[in-house]
Design a protein around this ligand. Structure first.
Ligand SMILES: [Mn+2]
Length: 303
């Protein structure tokens, strides 16, 4: 028989249970108010009170088999949405129309919801980070940065593709795109147990700088790579990253997402994929979404 108790008896009950369990007491303390902290000290007086947060966060960093299944499902659904949106895109469509196709693709394939607000930024908006207004009408010649991930079983993907709304990259767009792509590949090739995301960030920026030539004018293109290379991925799109566990371990999942943003040219490119580190090396999770300019143009011709 279940026992029904009043809510205000919870604290007393917890105190009773805790008093019978030996060892340290783990309580989430990060966001505790002074009053909550006072209650904790009162309830667990004399006990070894520790912060639950780093312990719980640490458990989230290496994904188990069930979590990987969820992430793979979320990624596969996201890829399907990206493919549908790229195939449907036409000059003159509003960004929200492309977003609608994208998210319909997510839902058709079983997504619970979006993992974060979808970004569909065309032309000048391709150079705005975290643009999610999606109200502009696209024009022939625009690039579109589409950063969107489906959530499935509480886990979210995080995928970005950049494509020409008319289906054909200009030589200039392709040149910038190919540098971003090569930068992403270089970072991926350096993924192994023991490296840090900071190492990969440095490797990516160095590569981009050394291969800029005159592509970005007087400066090297890494000047226009104005965000971090990547982050952990899981239940949160920017998943937890516990200080002291910076080195990548098998089972960790993270993004690699270099970009170049040239507002003067309304030219932004970001390519973002989700990567699993295994004992054998790195594995792309989201590479079923067309990624080279040839693959993207081929996909968009088949529409
Ligand atoms: Mn991301």
């Amino acid at each position: 028989m279940p026992i029904v108790l009043p809510t205000d008896s919870l604290e007393g009950r917890l105190r009773l249970v805790q008093s019978r369990v030996p060892g340290p007491v783990y309580v989430p303390l990060d966001d505790a108010t002074r009053e909550e902290r006072r209650v904790v000290d009162l309830v667990f007086a004399g006990r070894d009170v520790r912060n639950l947060r780093p312990v719980a966060d640490s458990l989230r960093m290496v994904k188990d088999a069930d979590e990987l299944t969820r992430l793979r499902t979320a990624v596969d659904i996201s890829v399907a949405g990206h493919v549908a949106a790229m195939q449907a895109a036409r000059p003159g469509m509003y960004e929200y129309e492309i977003e609608a196709v994208l998210e319909a693709g997510f839902r058709k394939n079983g997504a619970d919801r979006v993992g974060y607000p979808s970004i569909v930024g065309s032309g000048p908006n391709s150079t705005t980070l975290h643009y999610d207004v999606n109200r502009r009408q696209t024009r022939d010649g625009d690039l579109v940065v589409m950063d969107a991930g489906a959530e499935w079983g509480q886990y979210t993907a995080d995928v970005t593709r950049t494509f020409p709304v008319n289906g054909k990259f200009t030589p200039r767009q392709k040149a910038i795109y190919d540098l971003v792509l090569a930068t992403q590949r270089t970072a991926f090739d350096s993924v192994r147990p023991g490296v840090t995301l900071r190492d990969l960030d440095r490797i990516a920026r160095t590569y981009m700088r050394d291969h800029s030539g005159t592509l970005c004018g007087d400066r090297t293109c890494d000047t226009y790579f104005i965000h971090g290379l990547g982050h952990h991925l899981g239940m949160d799109v920017h998943d937890v990253n516990v200080p002291g566990r910076q080195r990548l371990e098998p089972g960790m999942v993270f993004t690699i997402e270099p970009g170049i943003y040239l507002p003067q040219e309304s030219l932004g490119v970001r390519i973002e994929d989700d990567v699993l580190l295994t004992a054998a090396g790195a594995e792309w999770l989201s590479d079923k979404a067309p990624r080279t300019t040839d693959e993207i143009e081929r996909l968009m011709r088949r529409r």
